[in-house]
Design a binder for this molecule. Structure first.
Ligand SMILES: Nc1ncnc2c1ncn2[C@@H]1O[C@H](COP(=O)(O)OP(=O)(O)O)[C@@H](O)[C@H]1O
Ligand SMILES: [Mg+2]
Length: 268
C-alpha cells in the first residue's frame, strides 16, 4: 500500500502494462470551490477498480474527468500513455468509443422498448445489419440474465433489471473500459447482489477494465480487486480489499464503521 506508484509521474506516450488509466495531480474547482484537490490515481487494466467515498467527496466528478467529460484546471489523465486532457472534443469522441458507461440512474429511453434502447448505439455507431443487431441483442440479454425481454418497456422493469439493460446497452459496443457510477444505489439487497455478480462476471468474461464508483462497502468488498478512497477531492487510501480492512487510516476506519462493516464480528 505504501508504494509510490500513485505519485510517480506516468511515462508519457507509453502504454503501461499494469495501469490503463493514470491520473496525475488533478485539480478542479467549480465557482472558486476546489472539489478535486491534487488527486492521483492508477486504474488497473482488466481489473475491478472501485472508488469509494461519502457523498459530495468528488467521486462522480473524478469519473467524469476519466471519461473526458470534464476538463481539469490542471493535472493529467493518461489513457494507455496518452494524455486526454488537451484532447479536442472530436478526438475524445473517438476515444469514448472504447468506453462503456452505466450510470446511477439507468438512463434508458422510456419511450423505447428494451430492443430499441440496446440497438440505439449499434444503429448510431456501427454499420451492422438488422439481422446482426437482432442476434447481438438476443445474446447480450442472455448474458445479463434477461433473455427474451426485447419488447418490454423500461417502466415494466424493476430497478435492478433496468440497470442490467443499461449494462447490456454498454456491452454491445464491446468496450475496453467500463465505467459504473453507483450502479447499485436504490436497489434492494437481492438486486444489488445480482448487479454485483454481473459486474464481476462481465469483468472476468470480457477482461474489461472496470471502474466502479460506490459508497456501498459490502458490495465493494465482494467484488473489488483494487479500492481507492476519495475524501475531500483527494485519494486518502488505496489498496486491495484486505489492505482496506486492515487500514489504520482514521478516515477509512470511520467510513467502514459507519458502513456497518466493522465490528460485526464476521469476515466479510
Ligand atoms: N458541474 C458542477 N458545478 C458545480 N459544482 C459541482 C459540479 N459538479 C459537482 N460539483 C460539486 O463537486 C462536489 C463533488 O461532487 P461529486 O463528484 O458529484 O460528489 P460524489 O462523491 O457524491 O459523486 C460537490 O460539492 C458538488 O456539489
Ligand atoms: Mg456521485
Amino acid at each position: 500500500m505504501n508504494d509510490n506508484s500513485m505519485t510517480d509521474a506516468p511515462e508519457i506516450g507509453k502504454k503501461h502494462p499494469q495501469y490503463q488509466i493514470r491520473v496525475h495531480q488533478l485539480v478542479k474547482s467549480f465557482n472558486g470551490q476546489r472539489v478535486i484537490n491534487d488527486l492521483s490515481l492508477d486504474i488497473e487494466r482488466g481489473r475491478i477498480n472501485i472508488i469509494i467515498g461519502g457523498s459530495g467527496q468528488g467521486k462522480s466528478v473524478t469519473m467524469k474527468h476519466l471519461m473526458g467529460l470534464v476538463k481539469p484546471d490542471s493535472g493529467s489523465i493518461f489513457v494507455d500513455g496518452i494524455d486526454i486532457v488537451p484532447m479536442s472534443e472530436y478526438k475524445l469522441n473517438t476515444l469514448r468509443k472504447r468506453f462503456g458507461m452505466v450510470f446511477q440512474y439507468a438512463a434508458l429511453f422510456d419511450s423505447m422498448s428494451v430492443f430499441d434502447n440496446i440497438a440505439f448505439p449499434l444503429r448510431e455507431h456501427t454499420k451492422k445489419t438488422r439481422g446482426e443487431i437482432k442476434d447481438i441483442i438476443r445474446d447480450v440479454l442472455e448474458s445479463v440474465s434477461l433473455p427474451g425481454i426485447e419488447q418490454k418497456f423500461p417502466s415494466e422493469l424493476s430497478g435492478g433489471m433496468q440497470k442490467r439493460v443499461g449494462l447490456a446497452r454498454a456491452l454491445v459496443m464491446e468496450p475496453e473500459i467500463l465505467f459504473y457510477d453507483e450502479p447499485t444505489t436504490g436497489l434492494d439487497p437481492i438486486a444489488t447482489h445480482n448487479v454485483d455478480e454481473l459486474i464481476a462476471k462481465t469483468n472476468e468474461r470480457l477482461g474489461v477494465t472496470s471502474v466502479v464508483i460506490s459508497h456501498d462497502m459490502a458490495s465493494t468488498f465482494r467484488i473489488a480487486h483494487r479500492i481507492a478512497m476519495i475524501y475531500g477531492g483527494k485519494i486518502v487510501e488505496k489498496g486491495t480489499p484486505r489492505e482496506f480492512r486492515e487500514s489504520e487510516n482514521p478516515t477509512v476506519k470511520d467510513f467502514l464503521r459507519y458502513s456497518g462493516i466493522m465490528g460485526m464480528g464476521g469476515d466479510i
